[in-house]
Design a binder for this molecule. Structure first.
Ligand code: ADP
Length: 514
């Protein structure tokens, strides 16, 4: 009995004895340590003094259970210390019975689990933080075990591949690399990229980091998308237990790179052609071969001058377009009167129209818009210059405008060609058509017209209906691309309609202020 008492006394746990009514009668040194009360401070008091105010029914409920002979094992709760601090405790509560097996009291063993709870809480916080990072990461993240099975994927990986997270987990890694072969959705030859797929295998086998820049991953729908990925080994106590694969969809980057390559090759071609002419003409003149043929010599000089003019125009237009696209051009926007823009553009083009024998008819409209006057005049002169250029002597070019509230019935097919959306006009808002009040400026000619299959492409860089247009008409093929860029930076739209042999109309729709 003495030994038992000494065990109780030396225990680190609190060992408390109380009556069925909850009155404390025994209190060991462990209880003093955990709760901060000495025996004299608690003896004769209710065990409820240890309850936190947020849990008023807990102790009465426990006492009721014990009275009914039901013990409680390892029940985790929060108790109140003498100093008012809350402590996490695990309770084992048993009935004390007399020789006739009647419940006559309660024994409570309380273990302070505050440290453990704190560790658990920190771990939970850390887990939550990791989860947040993985969930919000833009890159796809896959964890692969040593048997090439996917053990984890983040939402970005699932989104990119089109699978649900559950569909990917426990599947083979090749599921992503080669797509779902079971549905026979893919016609990809698996040997084609075998060496690439091996990058993950290499990581799993040799524990080295592998970087792959031109892989294709499969989607749920059987299509593939280009990725670059890094596979990093997971090492536990020096042993390879799996790999983490981080990947990103590089479709957009490849498209930009392709556009850039195409642009550079077109630009270099466009610049080389006039340079070659200048070089040839100057070479002939320098050789002295034309000394005795002044007319041919003069023609060579004319060719050199015309081509150097073209080079200057080309370089200016290329730089202008690039600056517009990269928003390096500061557009000084202010309230502009549309009639003034129209009159100014027409008067700049009047001499050229007269030279060709084309009459220019202008019907200005009095309305205001918020824009950069210089750039809008540049757009109108460009359209007028084309209209005049592609008209023959005796024809008329009209510059007119009307105010209108664009609604879906007015969005015509040409507009859809321009924005790339086919079918019902109700889809127009998707392409940014502004449904407010607009001014629709029209440049109409009776020229040669534009074939239907070119009506949209002519707004692209270096796009001309006929390859001879640049030579014969002196154009660069950049004018309409510049116009579109300017109009778009005014939240407007530009498109064209045309009938071959009859003429074309170019439309510029811009939001107005009044
Ligand atoms: P360019 O400097 O060659 O005129 P643009 O970008 O202004 O370049 O025009 C692209 C092409 O669109 C022209 O080369 C021409 O083939 C065609 N085009 C533009 N406007 C007209 C028009 N009013 N009539 C016929 N074809 C036109």
């Amino acid at each position: 009995m003495i030994r038992l008492a000494s065990i109780v006394e030396s225990s680190n746990d609190a060992i408390i004895g109380n009556t069925l009514a909850g009155i404390i009668h025994s209190w060991n040194s462990g209880a003093e340590e955990i709760y901060g009360y000495s025996i004299s401070e608690v003896k004769g008091h209710s065990i409820s003094m240890l309850a936190v105010p947020e849990r008023p029914n807990e102790i009465p409920q426990i006492l009721a259970n014990i009275t009914a002979g039901i013990g409680i094992d390892n029940y985790e709760t929060v108790h109140l210390r003498k100093d008012g601090k809350h402590i996490n405790v695990a309770l084992t509560i048993s009935p004390i019975k007399d020789t006739q097996n009647n419940v006559i009291g309660v024994s409570t063993i309380a273990r302070d689990i505050s440290d453990r709870k704190q560790v658990e809480q920190s771990l939970e916080q850390l887990r939550h933080q990791h989860q947040l990072i993985l969930d919000s990461a833009g890159e796809g993240i896959c964890v692969i075990d040593i048997f090439s099975k996917i053990s984890f994927v983040n939402p970005a990986a699932a989104k990119m591949t089109g699978y649900g997270i559950k569909e990917l987990v426990n599947n083979d890694w090749n599921f992503i690399i080669y797509g779902d072969q079971t549905n026979n959705k893919t016609n990809r030859i698996s040997t084609e990229k075998n060496s690439q797929a091996c990058a993950v295998n290499t990581t799993l086998e040799k524990g080295i980091v592998c970087q792959v820049t031109d892989e294709l991953f499969g989607r749920r729908d059987g299509t593939f998308f280009p990725v670059e990925y890094v596979s990093t080994p997971i090492l536990e106590q020096g042993k390879i237990t799996g790999a983490v694969v981080t990947f990103k969809d590089i479709t957009e980057r490849l498209a930009v790179e392709q556009m850039k390559d195409e642009f550079i090759s077109v630009v270099s071609h466009e610049l080389r052609t006039p340079l070659a002419s200048i070089h040839g003409a100057l070479g002939l003149l320098k050789s002295g071969l034309l000394n005795q043929a002044p007319t041919r010599g003069r023609r060579m000089l004319d060719i050199a001058v015309a081509n150097s003019d073209r080079l200057v125009r080309l370089v200016n237009d290329i730089l202008d377009l690039e600056r517009l696209h990269s928003h390096q051009v500061t557009m000084v926007k202010q309230t502009c009167n549309v009639s003034e823009l129209m009159i100014q553009a027409a008067s700049e083009m009047q001499p050229i129209a007269e030279k060709i024998g084309v009459s220019l008819s202008v019907t200005p409209i009095d309305t205001k818009l918020w824009g950069c006057a210089d750039r809008l005049i540049q757009t109108l002169t460009n359209l007028l210059s084309n209209a005049i250029k592609y008209s023959s002597t005796g024809k008329t070019v009209w510059l007119t405008a009307s105010k209108q509230r664009i609604n879906k019935n007015q969005v015509n097919n040409s507009h859809h060609l321009t924005c790339g959306i086919q079918g019902d006009c109700a889809v127009a808002p998707a392409c940014g058509i502004n449904y407010g009040d607009q001014v629709l400026i029209m440049v109409k000619d009776q020229g040669r017209g534009i074939p239907a299959d070119k009506i949209e492409s002519i707004f692209g860089r270096f796009q001309q209906v006929d390859a001879s247009d640049s030579r014969q008409k002196g154009g660069t093929g950049l004018g309409l691309a510049i116009c579109r860029s300017i109009v778009q930076q005014h939240e407007g739209q530009i498109w064209a309609e045309s009938t071959l042999g009859k003429g074309s109309t170019f439309f510029v729709a811009l939001p107005i202020l009044d």
